[in-house]
Design a protein around this ligand. Structure first.
Ligand SMILES: [Zn+2]
Ligand SMILES: [Zn+2]
Length: 329
């Protein structure tokens, strides 16, 4: 198999030939068809997230076909299309697992962080945390759903069912999917981008946003909720200013720069700031049931697996419209 491997944070991924891994008990092996690139991959490579497994094959938005099945696995067939997300395993017995909050498990396994991921031609995954994707025809289009879509979905759920006007801060891979989910659900989307990013603002309007502007701007009407996808702490007070009394600001990223101090009046009147961490398998069931019939369009930029460093650089520099996806050829 071929893989793009991180040997030390802060360095480029290195192409390597490896022998094919065998799936252990409870595991399946996939022949990777596509793996999307997430901002979390950048946070790992750029040292914002500490202590990755090393050497590491990053990538946690994997779509592939089952090509070997480990002992004790039931319910999967060879050749079947499946997806592997960020949450790659849990302990099953800590307080959080028992309380159906496995996203907060005390001893989690994360794909492409604490175990090898999908920047490769093959990957091994825990079958119990893999998602059946038989309803999805195009692997490259489905890949961004596995984190951008799924974490976006969890953030939207956290924003609350009765939130009808939603602000999305940072219009990248997650926001472009969730904007479409909001529109399908009859919500109104207000998209906030880096100052003067006309490309992203036009993209947001094309996907049905009622308004798009700079993140420093106030929306034309108060928002019921806002979701912050950009890793920029100063957006927290900006979003608090934009939400109505009782409104909620959801931080959807795994890492953010420091939040500057702000006057209490921005939080007062029962505004809330919450964060979303990881995902549960129940989130995946709900989201993929919705996505399989919602005809979501994922905008992707495909790169050959060997060009992973280029894809990461384009994401880092904000040069992408939609999501970068690695495709082994
Ligand atoms: Zn646990
Ligand atoms: Zn991710």
């Amino acid at each position: 198999m071929r893989a793009m491997v991180l040997h030390a944070p802060g360095t480029e991924l290195v192409p390597e030939e490896r022998s094919l891994p065998l799936p252990g008990p409870g595991e399946i092996r996939l022949q990777v068809e596509a793996c999307a690139v997430c901002r979390t991959d950048l946070h790992i490579i750029d040292r914002d997230l500490q202590h990755p497994k090393l050497p590491l094959v990053p990538g946690h938005e994997i779509v592939g076909r089952v090509d070997q099945i480990g002992p004790g696995v039931t319910g999967f067939t060879l050749g079947e299309r499946v997806g592997v997300p960020w949450l790659g395993g849990t302990c099953g017995c800590c307080t959080y697992c028992v309380e159906e909050r496995e996203n907060l498990c005390n001893a989690p396994v994360f794909t492409g962080y604490t175990r090898d991921g999908g920047f490769a031609t093959h990957a091994v995954a825990n079958a119990a945390f893999s998602i059946k994707l038989g309803a999805f025809d195009d692997p490259a289009s489905a890949a961004p759903l596995l984190c951008a879509g799924l974490i976006g979905w969890r953030s939207l759920v956290a924003a609350g069912d009765c939130s009808r006007t939603i602000g999305l801060y940072g219009f990248g891979a997650a926001a472009h999917i969730i904007a479409q989910v909001c529109v399908r659900q009859g919500r109104r989307v207000f998209a906030f981008t880096r100052r003067g990013d006309e490309t992203a603002q036009t993209f947001a309007r094309e996907l049905g946003a009622a308004w798009a502007g700079d993140s420093e701007q106030m929306p034309p009407e108060p928002l019921d909720a806002a979701i912050i996808f950009a890793p920029v702490g100063s957006l927290v007070p900006a979003a608090l200013k934009a939400v109505r009394k009782g409104g909620r600001v959801v931080c959807g990223g795994i890492h953010m720069s420091d939040i500057p101090s702000f006057p209490y009046r921005l939080l007062w009147e029962e505004r809330q700031v919450v964060s979303v961490a990881n995902l549960t398998r129940a989130d995946a069931v709900d989201f993929f049931a919705f996505a399989s019939t919602a005809n979501l369009h994922t905008e992707t930029v495909e790169y050959d697996l060997a060009r992973a460093n280029e894809a990461l650089a384009d994401l880092r520099e904000g040069r992408l419209r939609g999501a970068a996806v690695l495709v082994p050829r």
